[in-house]
Design a protein around this ligand. Structure first.
Ligand code: ZN
Length: 312
């Protein structure tokens, strides 16, 4: 535990993948064989990481939508229902992110409590275009604001403490350490964004996953796809975005790790700008990728966004 905290304090740590692999090898070796671990099902990879960081060796986490997966369009498997049935706790994002999970929980007839990680955060509402009309929808991507991430950590710690009271002190201690790291990272993101002139802080990406990030850190995000990857943009919407990229000389155009890159690649070609890389929005990378944990996702995204917005 102590060593892990020290490891993740270093913001410039590059070899996170191997650090993570070492960490999990250590965690497994150190797992007490006598005490049964709490089985926790997390709906997607970002929550899976948070539960692991806060639960430590006392929890065994199963993540339903793994690295690179798209939770908006996920099709549950029969083994997911079995995992939920036998779980001691289910952790979901909420804010309408995983409607399939609510159906799965009902049909599995599990007795496990279902914790909502986003409980208490202020939801963002956005106008969504669809089927020729506009309606107001709740943006589920609240984890993209690190202050919300701190709220998630508190909610997860309390859910773990309720499900496994004898681990309550450990969960709260781990959550406090995690939140302290997130607060430091939040300050770093602000410093980084502050190096970009205000009029350059505009980014085009695949789907509207960065509304909370934009509101928290002062960056405008435009996306051809709405807040869910289920919706397809109209030709007129894509054309309007291409005109905007050209008119405002937008240099920060990105694909996302869990969406189909074809649309953004075509958009960037038609607008005459190159795609600057891959942002992690709704999912982490595998352990050997650039964003295997929540904090690494921010370091990776901000590391790409800032020079791209500057036009470097
Ligand atoms: Zn999304």
């Amino acid at each position: 535990m102590r060593r892990r905290s020290a490891l993740f304090l270093a913001p410039a740590l590059l070899s996170l993948g191997s650090a993570l692999a070492n960490r999990s090898a250590r965690a497994q070796a150190a797992a007490p064989s006598s005490a049964p671990r709490l089985d926790v099902v997390a709906s997607f990879s970002i929550l899976g990481d948070m539960v692991r960081q806060i639960g430590g060796d006392r929890v065994a986490v199963r993540t339903l939508v793994g690295p690179g997966g798209d939770a908006h369009t996920y099709q549950p498997r029969p083994s997911d229902a079995a995992a939920i049935r036998s779980a001691g706790l289910v952790v979901r994002n909420g804010l309408g992110f995983e409607p399939w999970l609510d159906r799965l929980v009902r049909s599995s007839a599990t007795k496990a409590p279902v914790a909502t990680a986003s409980q208490g955060v202020t939801p963002r509402k956005m106008a969504e275009e669809g089927h020729g009309h506009s309606h107001e929808a709740t943006d589920p991507h609240a984890w993209q604001d690190l202050r919300n991430g701190q709220a998630y950590a508190g909610n997860i710690a309390e859910a773990l403490a309720t499900a496994d009271p004898s681990g309550a002190d450990l969960y709260r201690r781990n959550a406090t350490a995690f939140r302290t790291r997130l607060a430091g990272l939040d300050a770093w993101v602000r410093e980084q964004v502050a190096t970009v002139p205000a009029e350059r802080r505009i980014v085009v990406t695949s789907h509207d996953a960065f509304g909370y990030f934009g509101a928290a850190y002062g960056v405008r995000f435009e996306a051809p796809q709405g807040m869910s990857t289920e919706s397809e943009p109209s030709a007129a919407q894509v054309a309007a975005l291409i005109r905007q990229v050209r008119a405002q000389h937008v240099t920060a155009v990105f694909i996302e790790n869990m969406t189909n890159p074809a649309l953004l690649e075509r958009l960037s070609r038609d607008a005459g700008v190159r795609v600057r890389g891959e942002l992690f929005s709704d999912s982490l990378s595998p352990a050997d990728g650039p964003a295997p944990i929540y904090e690494a996702m921010f370091r990776h995204n901000v590391g790409l966004l800032v020079p791209a917005m500057r036009g470097a």
